[in-house]
Write a protein that binds this ligand. Structure first.
Ligand SMILES: Cc1cc2nc3c(=O)[nH]c(=O)nc-3n(C[C@H](O)[C@H](O)[C@H](O)COP(=O)(O)OP(=O)(O)OC[C@H]3O[C@@H](n4cnc5c(N)ncnc54)[C@H](O)[C@@H]3O)c2cc1C
Length: 97
């Protein structure tokens, strides 16, 4: 993101290190973008997945599950939280306040 905003590159495609197709061809990994895991059933070894483009939900089985959902930015108490120019760079798109 900093490279795009600062103008190092004008094409955001240059910032994609590896596409889903490359994950498949290089590592045999199926990458599903715009899909959200809605629920986990540890006993049944399944996750409920929603296709965010169609709204369709389905079960996906797993042998082992690695949860790596990232993190939300921590905003410490500060007067800056009320500044209109203050917003988070990742996570919630809402202003800090
Ligand atoms: C502006 C910025 C610049 C950075 N620059 C650098 C850098 O130059 N070098 C560096 O080493 N690090 C950098 N970092 C840090 C780096 O991006 C993070 O440490 C890293 O991305 C964390 O990886 P992660 O897999 O834990 O989480 P993420 O990359 O946040 O991935 C988590 C993914 O899980 C998905 N997810 C969440 N919930 C669900 C769900 N229910 N179902 C399906 N998917 C879900 C999210 O959509 C997301 O795609 C930067 C971070 C930021 C914000």
């Amino acid at each position: 993101m900093p490279y795009f905003i600062s103008g190092v590159t004008a094409d955001h495609q240059n910032l994609i290190a590896r596409t889903p197709a490359q994950f498949k061809s290089m590592n045999d990994i199926d990458v599903k973008t715009r899909h959200r895991v809605m629920a986990i059933d540890p006993a049944g070894h399944t996750v409920t997945v929603r296709d965010l483009q169609t709204g369709h939900e389905y079960l996906e089985g797993y042998t082992r599950l690695l949860i790596s959902t990232g993190a939300e930015a921590f905003v410490p108490p500060s007067r800056a939280r009320s500044w209109r120019a203050c917003s988070l760079f990742a996570g919630s798109p809402t202003p800090c306040e």
